[in-house]
Design a protein around this ligand. Structure first.
Ligand code: ZN
Length: 134
């Protein structure tokens, strides 16, 4: 893994959260996007070299369930990987449980795969690989 790609924060209402984070970070979200594969709305902020992703559910999705159980807050840490399939094979062999067998199309032009928090000491980990446009 090369670096932390972003930190994901679960929020109830994307517009309220955008407003709050604009004030907090002193910058506007550079992107807002619906992720069909997860039934969520996301927005992204840049903080220097780092990124924050706000994620709101649309009902019946993993984010809505997370907020019901644990409230709003830090939801996942995403790592940038050069080859997501190779990383999935490596992690499986190391005994981690992946939440999908194949990479899914995630937000912000990425292939993504999540690692079950039961196998990572309680932290939901996301693998991200930039989808090449060439
Ligand atoms: Zn994410």
């Amino acid at each position: 893994m090369r670096k932390i790609e972003h930190i994901g924060i679960a929020v109830k209402n994307i517009n309220d959260a955008n407003h709050l984070y604009e004030k907090l970070l002193g910058t506007k979200a550079y992107k807002q996007e619906i992720v069909e594969s997860e039934n969520v709305t996301t927005s992204f902020f840049r903080v220097g070299p780092n990124k924050i992703e706000l994620v709101a559910g649309q009902g019946g999705d993993a984010i809505s369930k997370f907020i019901e159980k644990r409230g709003e807050g830090i939801h996942h840490i995403a790592f940038d990987v050069p080859d997501i399939k190779a990383e999935m094979v490596r992690l499986k062999a190391e005994g981690f449980t992946l939440l999908s067998d194949e990479p899914k199309k995630g937000a912000d032009n990425k292939w993504v795969c999540f690692v079950h928090p039961k196998t990572t000491g309680g932290v939901l980990v996301e693998l991200c690989q930039e989808i090449s446009t060439t």
